[in-house]
Design a protein around this ligand. Structure first.
Ligand SMILES: [Zn+2]
Length: 234
């Protein structure tokens, strides 16, 4: 899976980027510590899994974006990441987006535009890409499990916007909800401080939005399939 030239993976020890590191043939990785509000919990996971797996990891403190931390996420952070990553002389910058991602700074089109601008400014070809544009989070977890990789370590990843303490997933944020869906559809029980399917937003927003086309069809199918696994009302 690794690119022919040098590549670097933007790594955050999440449910996507940890499998991506395996999927891509264990490339060098970089974590940008931009001082966002859950950096301590994230950094702990990043360091722990890197140590456990011997990930060739750089933790960069080049940029402090704490002033722009409009929760849950820092706007356009992937553009900052791609710009910083271009300093590592890689031809390919792997930034993990999944099938159906369409935020302003994370989509195939956004990455194509970043590639164009970075290549022009660096004076050499640079490609920003994701290995998972054709896979949903559920697909990624399935790939990971079928590759025989340990589920225990997958559960040691972090995907929560408001984690408390050591890797405690809140179960009350969109990141937790997506994590739960991907795990539940692979018959894996994740740990959450509160059951994600009982989050108030599921009833007040997601049930309707998943039906009315706000989200791509495959996202909706996986959402309802996960709800079924716990007998939640749909
Ligand atoms: Zn959460």
């Amino acid at each position: 899976m690794s690119d022919e030239g040098k590549s670097i993976l933007l790594y955050s020890a999440g449910l996507d980027s940890f499998p991506a590191w395996h999927y891509l043939g264990k490339p060098p990785a970089v974590y940008f510590d931009i001082r966002h509000h859950f950096r301590e919990a994230e950094l702990e996971c990043v360091r722990e899994l890197a140590e456990r797996y011997g990930i060739d990891l750089t933790v960069s403190t080049a940029l402090d974006l704490s002033a722009w931390d409009t929760r849950p996420l820092i706007p356009f952070r992937n553009i900052y990441f791609a710009m910083l990553a271009s300093n590592y002389e890689a031809d390919t910058i792997w930034c993990v987006g999944v099938r159906g991602d369409h935020t302003l700074d994370k989509s195939p089109d956004a990455f194509a535009r970043m590639s164009e601008v970075l290549s022009e400014f660096a004076g050499r070809p640079i490609k920003v890409d994701s290995p998972f544009w054709d896979m949903t989070k559920t697909d990624i977890v399935r790939w990971y499990v079928e590759a025989g990789l340990p589920v225990r370590d997958l559960l040691d990843t972090l995907s929560c916007f408001e984690p408390s303490g050591r890797r405690v997933h809140c179960g009350r944020c969109s990141s937790c909800l997506r994590r739960w869906i991907a795990l539940a559809n692979n018959q894996i029980t994740g740990e959450f401080a509160a059951n994600p399917w009982e989050w108030e937003r599921v009833q007040s927003y997601y049930l309707r939005a998943m039906r009315d086309g706000t989200y791509p069809e495959h996202r909706a199918e996986e959402f309802f399939a996960a709800l079924k696994t716990v007998g939640a009302p749909t």
